[in-house]
Ligand binder design. Sequence first.
Ligand code: DAH
Length: 344
Amino acid sequence: MSEISMKERLDAIVCKAMDNMQKVTTLDALNEIRVGVLGKKGELKEVMKGMKDVAPEDRPKVGQLVNEARDRIEARLAEVKAEIEAAQLEMRLAEETIDVTLPAKKAEIGHRHPNTIALEELERIFVGMGYEVIEGPEVEYDEYNFTKLNIPANHPAKDEQDTFYINKEIVLRTQTSPVQARRMEQGNLPIRMISPGRVFRSDEVDATHSPSFHQVEGLVIDKNITFADLKGTLETFAKEIFGPETKTKFRPHHFPFTEPSAEMDVSCFKCGGTGCRFCKGEGWIEILGCGMVHPHVLEMCGIDPEEYVGFAFGVGLERIALLKYEIDDMRLLYENDARFLKQF
Ligand code: DAH
């Protein structure tokens, strides 16, 4: 093959490649052209194969022509590649225009529930007085929920109207008090504990009732504990949670697992005790149940009542949250409406 016809063949290849490159709009299509001309089985390689038919003296010249053709095609490939990339960037920028005057999309971060805030406050107060925080099971034996707490078989609380029974022996706990019995059985005295958790009662939902709510149980067992310790502790708690002006009042009451038992009222932190709508004109608000642990309960839980005494108390967590944040309907606590929750 002569130098002239080689040159014609190369010109034809370059021409066709240039033509094709004129039409492409994507990088993939451009790459196909590159492979078709410069690749291992490309058109230029085919031309190189024909070198053996070229007269030896013409070979350097033809080799140079092939190199020139390759250089021209490569240069154009690079140009077209840059053009396509620029066009694509242009398109993306046009598509992705950002209106900086639009209000930003805020990442919504969660918010602590009023119950959680009240619980953390309560835990802070008691942990500060040296109490441990422990948890007990929500599905509980009848024996722990009732029997070991001195609650007799015919007690009205055991009525199916009030208690959710799983079977004859297992209930959804109606109070956190069974954690007292579980802790006392472990021994390891003295005890200073609080135990927060969910409790269940077969109640209809209304502004002050829910079939599932939360309590915080408290228990202290040691030698020489008196009712004065109970009063001092719960007074301190009331002042911490409702403010230093808060006064407390203990009214005699009955709980099967404490003797004597009492309910503690706090002076209304809204009117200071003179009587208002918030405290229904009473000046006082009932806040918790408490008492000295019944000797029979100590005995049933393996503690010698001649040596050890103690006091216990039970607080409704929702009650604290509702009072502290002046929420007038318990149902709001369970609806998870962010507009409500965000206020606390
Ligand atoms: N468990 C009682 C209830 O649910 C509250 C209570 C009262 C707990 C007196 C106590 C206590 O530990 O001493 O009504």
